[in-house]
Design a protein around this ligand. Sequence first.
Ligand code: AMP
Ligand code: MG
Length: 491
Amino acid sequence: MSRHRLETLTFDNSYARLPDAFYAKVNPTPFSSPPHLISVNPAAAALIDLDPAEAARPEFAGVFGGSLLVPGMEPLAMLYSGHQFGVYVPQLGDGRAILLGEVVNARGERWDLHLKGAGMTPFSRDGDGRSVLRSAIREYLCCEAMHGLGIPTTRALCLVGSDDKVYREQIETGATVVRMAPSHVRFGSFEVFYYRKQHEQLTRLADYVIDGHFPHLREAPETYARFFDEVVERTAKLVAQWQAVGWAHGVLNTDNMSILGLTLDYGPYGFMDDYDPGFICNHSDHNGRYAFNQQPYIGLWNLSCLAQTLLPLAPREELKAALDRYHERFDAHYRGLMRAKLGLLQEQPEDEALLAELQSLMAESRVDYTIVWRELGTFSTEAGATNDRLRDHFLDRNRFDGWAVRYRERLAREQSRDEERRQRMDRVNPKYVLRNYLAQLAIEKAQQKDYTEIDRLLTLLQNPFVDQPGMESYAAPPPNWGKHISVSCSS
Ligand code: AMP
Ligand code: MG
């Protein structure tokens, strides 16, 4: 594998070659105090063939803290708009993130280096262009936690801190996080040109995305409709994965929806601790528009916004037909994922009711979502087994016992073997997730300049399915103080 230094990374800035209307060229604004490296993620460095030893150089914190550029970078802020909480906002754009450039690795893969918290851009509106340490840590850790869970996401390369003050509800310090993705184009990137009636730019954007990321569609009949259909498929699958793992995004505005079907823009997200289908992780989401159980519908709502922007390019009926397939696709993915969580190999008609009853039991008892699914893997089908450890999570034991009888019968019908099934279930029911309180502990330590917990969590969450020695407490339910940490958009 080739190992690059910062100065020898290979850039090919395809976005910067698009017309000026797509972005504003702007350099990061250096912090007034020298930036320092907080954490680097070797797995992401490997994606761009960057030698992880480079992290030890002061230039590394310089480049990824916004005070230095290396040859080949052409920084820009991407333009987009979007529907925020259902309302169209004609111009958003990267207000505090800057695309430094696109690295092409030895395998020919393209990775945007996106520096979040890089200072003001022409799209900053009333914002200061900064990210606080707290939110940078949350984004950094969750990107990698999602990746560890097998959920498509932007990746995180490193976290850089500064002593500069940033004013939010309280005074905090500024930080940057470098995230990486094959592209940061959003649904909102299409919306801005559609609503401005700039159809030439709209076509240009669609062609750019298709050429770069959906090249197999280039020669297909009805390329644009097929493209939309693939975005529907990817989005349906992504949302199904969120639902299976019990994760809520918190701000599913169309500007936070990746055209590649990646989890994008980590703000007030949350993994559920106690199972509550109506879980709202964003303290500012008073109506629960982005509640956990609304996400599948919001996925469709956002896709219909995207479909609208493609009306100048594709037949209405075809876009409509693709939208109509969303539910079916979501359901198929969701059913498949939940069947695997239940340890079932075959698909049988009664499975839906079996799952619904378990979820209802889980909601009634507000069980810990991650723990109970993991525990289900230990279910014993042996005669007389009472499965007490699992059973004890539920308030209504009789109702649980009723469910357990049906589950046992269902497992018997496919000759399921306990040990083999447990191993399979352990590969889909994570032991460790980024619980809010775990992130909060890492944040509080980092605010005291102790960054060890960030690296510990990073390593742990990159392997969430494997029991890790000495890390038992990280799989425990949150302490009481950690159950209701308020997370808002102010990041
Ligand atoms: P978000 O809710 O983080 O997806 O952000 C919505 C919009 O607000 C995007 O255009 C962001 O770039 C912008 N934004 C958020 N925070 C800031 C900030 N501190 N400074 C400038 N722009 C911001
Ligand atoms: Mg955003």
